[in-house]
Design a protein around this ligand. Structure first.
Ligand SMILES: [Mg+2]
Length: 409
């Protein structure tokens, strides 16, 4: 099988209401923005992947991706890794591309990706992952109807400038919802985006103090309390804290996560296969978690396609020690707006995430929605790539290049 071409789409799903994203303080999101990759093969099988975006930052990606991807054998996973690594040197962060290739391989095998990789179907408990930084009383008001529906696990965002306001938030929420509800806190220090207002920057002292407040309030885990490349800081905090320390959602690759394991930075590893080295490298993290008895539960904040990709990783891990992330922050970030171009991922009547059986990564991309919300900004195949080389370099040089690549030059 060979890859014959691909399309890249920039998708912007307009929210009905503004979404005040906690990790960019002061920033109101009007659209859920992401990019979609659709890969074609000579056997008619198509693969999809998606990446979080903030704007049109990947506009030039198609031109540089084409020579690395077109005519590639999808079975050659090592070769794809090397190609994406080479692409990475040029300033792009594109390991997410490999999920589209895994989608193709699993579709060819006629199995869901997690099954192809040795995982078993399972209905997963979830935690509701909130995205806005609210005061305790407002947060409790939003949690109560969900608790009445049977939800018993939530994640809060602690993004106040002052430590005491973060402590007030967890104390107020704990008091408001009682002791039977699982609560996690995400400090989002891994990727601080200070585009509008000042972003709180935690140091080890603040992280230690907040971790103590977490332990006092029965918080299940504290997520990204320090920058992920502060290996020593994370390790020192984990050693001292009486709350689980979690992280690892936005690393470049296995190379940084390996160092986290060596330093023993976290109790809980949360890679996102669309950020951290793709499916190929996330599988290494799954294995290492098993070896070192660490908890694996992936980052699932994203769009419908990336949610499916990471859901596969959770099912491959078979790790049931913590619930899986289920993003929900009404009124803006609800299933329809979250998932965008696939049928929304819904929970069953027991609030569990039921396993899917569709071959591949598991979702069917709705082409009508992709065309409605997306703009195709790159469409490449061998012919278009050839024409581009001729246009850029002239016919004579293009022919010389072909000769060299065919081994005749
Ligand atoms: Mg997080």
């Amino acid at each position: 099988m060979r890859i014959t071409g691909f399309e890249l789409y920039h998708v912007a799903v307009p929210f009905k209401d503004l979404f005040f994203i906690a990790w960019i303080p002061g920033y109101a999101m009007t659209h859920h923005v992401f990019d979609v990759l659709r890969v074609f093969t000579d056997e008619g099988i198509e693969g999809f992947s998606a990446a979080t975006a903030i704007d049109w930052e990947r506009k030039g990606l198609g031109d540089v991706l084409a020579p690395f991807l077109i005519d590639r054998d999808p079975e050659d996973l090592e070769g794809t890794q090397e190609a994406l690594r080479q692409l990475h040197y040029m300033g792009f962060r594109n390991m997410w591309v490999d999920a589209a290739i895994y989608d193709i391989l699993a579709k060819k095998a006629g199995k869901p990706l997690y099954e192809m990789l040795g995982g078993k179907p399972a209905a997963l408990p979830v935690y509701i992952s909130t995205g806005e930084n609210l005061e305790a009383s407002q947060r409790v008001d939003k949690m109560m109807p969900l608790i009445e529906q049977g939800h018993n696990a939530f994640k809060l965002r602690t993004k106040n400038l002052e430590l005491e306001d973060d402590v007030k938030l967890i104390e107020g929420v704990r008091k408001g919802v009682g002791d039977d509800i699982m609560i996690a806190c995400d400090a989002n220090q891994g990727w601080r985006l200070s585009l509008v207002k000042e972003n709180p920057v935690w140091d080890l002292d603040r992280a230690k103090e907040f971790a103590k407040a977490c332990a006092d309030n029965g918080i299940e885990w504290l997520e990204e309390p320090l920058h992920p490349l502060d290996y020593e800081g994370n390790a020192a905090l984990r050693k001292e804290a009486n709350v689980k320390i979690a992280g690892g959602e936005i690393n470049n690759s296995w190379d940084d996560v390996k160092v986290m394991f060596e330093h023993d930075c976290f109790d809980v590893y949360q890679p996102d296969a669309c950020f951290s080295g793709g499916v190929y490298q996330t599988l290494k993290i799954v294995e290492e978690c098993k070896k070192r008895d660490k908890i694996f539960t992936p980052h699932m904040w994203g769009n419908g396609i990336s949610i499916f990709i990471n859901w596969n990783m959770k099912l491959v891990s078979g790790d049931k020690r913590l619930p899986v992330e289920y993003v929900y922050e009404a009124p803006a970030f609800t299933q329809e707006y979250r998932d965008g171009v696939v049928e929304p991922v819904m929970l069953d009547e027991n609030n569990l995430l039921p396993p899917f059986t569709e071959p591949g990564i598991g979702c069917r991309v709705d082409m009508k929605l992709l065309k409605k919300y997306g703009t195709c900004y790159s469409r490449m195949n061998q012919r278009r790539l050839t024409l581009k080389v001729i246009r850029d370099r002239g016919l004579k040089r293009a022919l010389e290049l072909k000769k060299i690549m065919d081994g005749a030059g």
